[in-house]
Structures are given as C-alpha cells and as structure tokens.
Write a protein that binds this ligand. Structure first.
Ligand SMILES: Cc1cc2nc3c(=O)[nH]c(=O)nc-3n(C[C@H](O)[C@H](O)[C@H](O)COP(=O)(O)O)c2cc1C
Length: 179
C-alpha cells in the first residue's frame, strides 16, 4: 500500500501535525508513505484552458508536474486542510482545481481518498461544508471517498497538546490500513 498526503495549510500547524502523525503510524505498519506540503511548492492557479481534456496533461510548468505522478502511484490519497470560511483553504482548492487533468478519462477511478480538516469552530455547518468540498471533488474524479477526520483546533499546537486528539488520529491511521 502507498499513501500520499497533501497538506493545504500555509503554516506548520495542526493539519501538518495530524498528517505527519498519520503517516508515521501508517509507516510503522509497513505502508509506504509520502507527504506534500503545498506551502513549499510553486503551484499556479488553473488557467482554465481545458486542454487537459484532450491531452490528459497540464500545460503549466510548475511543481504540480512532480506531484501528478505521485498521485497516480498512490493507492490512497489524504487531502488535509484547515477550515477557512467553512471550506478548504485556497491553497487546497487550487490544488484540487489542478487535478483536472485526471478528470476526463477518470484516471483516478476507484483510488481511495480521505479528507482531514481542522477548524476552530465545532458548528456542524462549517464542519460539513469543508468536508463536503473534498467529497464532491473526489466524486467528480470518480475516486472512492472512504473516510474523514475533523478535529477542532485554533492555535498552532492545539492538536498536539490534547491527548484526546492524539488518540483519535492514531485510531484513524490504524483504520486507514484496513480500508
Ligand atoms: C482565513 C481563516 C479563515 C478561517 N475560517 C474558519 C471557519 O470558517 N471555521 C472554522 O472552524 N475555523 C476557521 N478558521 C480557523 C482555522 O481553521 C484554525 O486556526 C485551524 O486550526 C488552522 O489549521 P492549521 O493550524 O493547520 O493551519 C479560519 C482561519 C483563518 C486563518
């Protein structure tokens, strides 16, 4: 099994901590893992040319060209994002838009995907909307959405300072292996 996690937070905060913890746990169970920190990458906006519908490739020469093959090689993709205005971060939404080359020929068909979101609020609307953004994208890409983890946190180390969260993350990681 090969898991790749994509982190859509602009800071080394909660989302990044959760993803690293999940990958470490999965690694201990013998899974091959990889992490992409979007904050370290140069990823342009989709320019809407739609030429990928015919070519299956993106014309934009940036760091997505390194990430595309990693996604194709993965069995399970984790999209991790902070909740920004009841949605994923702009960084993550831009990444999702750039997945369009996989859309036309359903190239990611049946690949597994999970969503991990962190937000300050425990309001159900804000939780559902952000997770739903990932779910809708995965449906359109014909991927199989197999789970989500939503944790409440506001400041940098809120997640790692709460043992309850650590338990939930470890449990989530363990279950991923059996999906
Ligand atoms: C621009 C912005 C918008 C936000 N909007 C929401 C929101 O709508 N709902 C929510 O629960 N938290 C919201 N938050 C709080 C973040 O989700 C929270 O700080 C989270 O822990 C950030 O994750 P990170 O540490 O991985 O960056 C917002 C934060 C920022 C900076």
């Amino acid at each position: 099994m090969n898991i790749i996690a994509i982190c859509g937070s602009p800071r080394r905060g909660n989302t990044e901590f959760i993803l690293k913890r999940i990958l470490t746990k999965a690694g201990e169970l013998g899974v091959k893992t990889g992490l992409v920190l979007l904050r370290e990458k140069r990823i342009e906006f989709c320019d809407g040319c739609l030429s990928c519908d015919a070519s299956g490739k993106c014309n934009i020469r940036d760091d997505m060209q390194i990430i595309y093959p990693k996604i194709e090689e993965a069995d399970l993709i984790i999209l991790g994002s902070p909740n920004y205005f009841s949605n994923v971060s702009g960084m993550m939404k831009n990444f999702i838009d750039r997945m369009h080359p996989f859309y036309k020929d359903a190239k990611l068909k049946d690949k597994k995907i999970v969503g991990v979101v962190v937000g300050a609020s425990n309001k159900i609307e804000t939780i559902e909307k952000s997770i739903n953004c990932i779910k809708v994208a995965s449906d359109l890409l014909t991927m199989s959405f197999v789970g989500d983890l939503y944790l409440i946190a506001r400041d940098f180390q809120d997640i790692e300072n709460n043992p309850e969260n650590i338990k939930k993350i470890d449990e989530f990681a363990k279950n991923l292996i059996n999906l």
